[in-house]
Write a protein that binds this ligand. Sequence first.
Ligand code: SAH
Length: 374
Amino acid sequence: MSTASPTGTPAPGQLTFVAPRRAKPARHLADLTMAERRAAVVELGEKPFRADQLSKHYFDKLNGDPATMTDLPAAAREKLGTALFPTLLTPVRELTSDGGTTRKTLWRLFDGALVESVLMRYTDRTTMCVSSQAGCGMNCPFCATGQAGLTRNMSTAEIVEQVVAGARALAAGEVPGGPGRVSNVVFMGMGEPLANYKAVIGAVRRLVEPSPSGLGISARGVTVSTVGLVPAIGKLADEGLPVTLALSLHAPDDELRDTLVPINTRWKVSEVLAAAWDYAAKTKRRVSIEYALIKDINDQEWRADLLGKLVRNKLVHVNLIPLNPTPGSKWTASRPEDERAFVRRLEYHGIPVTVRDTRGREIDGACGQLAAAE
Ligand code: SAH
């Protein structure tokens, strides 16, 4: 892909914070607040209430095709459609597993950049896992996305559109289990959400704002996952958005974390945990500590003990993820007995712990497997 190839494969440990400068995706209704939508409509010579109509179509009825918005005069449809509903995401390929209840979509963006999103339907909820950047600059060696480097930041609307697409498929009854809705959104697809802060916050607002301003998803159902950009965690805590924070820790000691999560060379375990506890105190939300269990690398009982001591008596939950295989990686998931021992040590310290299911593994749609190749 010549139009949007990443900056190149990063050297081990190399971090990329600033996305390469590229043409921006066109403005879309979902980029704008309600007030901005009204202003945009007025600027196009229409009455402000047209913005409310467009918003109802998009966020209530999940309709992004102005040609079908028959409550608007034909001329306005044409004009407003062109100005506020550009095509941002084009589906390239869809893979399903778990009897159709897990569904990974590869999207092409306007400039050829590729990203993926994953829909996961469970009995009691449906989760959309979305990408926030094309590629990622954080270079974690066990994550497929990190290996290809950062192509560019996504816009607010490009992020929201992934959720709307999932919501549409659910509403249309395309996902086994009957018509449904998106109850949860996790920023655990491609990219480091806090490295694309402004667009991600915009997207979170669009997701949680009640209709017709947004999709009306409960903030409690939204999870922002980060490698641990400490200043941005502090900023997020002050947004007044009670979303769940997930912190990708993966090691309780700096020596190992420096190699597994290179950002640790900038902000140490103690600093990132302090930021997480501040987040919990401000938002009253339980922080989720993500820990991929890698055989003979980070799965020793002494590391479980160290982790236990670091997080006990905090508003926390530890989510263990059996490492998912990625191309070219020498690492693999922990032995079952080591995983069990790790869980037991954490439970001994009184820490709520779960082992994440590895949905979508067969379609390379599980954590860390999103590489967006055609
Ligand atoms: N950049 C963000 C969000 C994307 S990754 C972050 O790192 O938190 C979502 C989760 O999947 C993170 O916890 C990440 O560390 C984890 N992950 C990455 N590669 C993985 C792999 N191969 N197996 C299991 N989990 C992985």
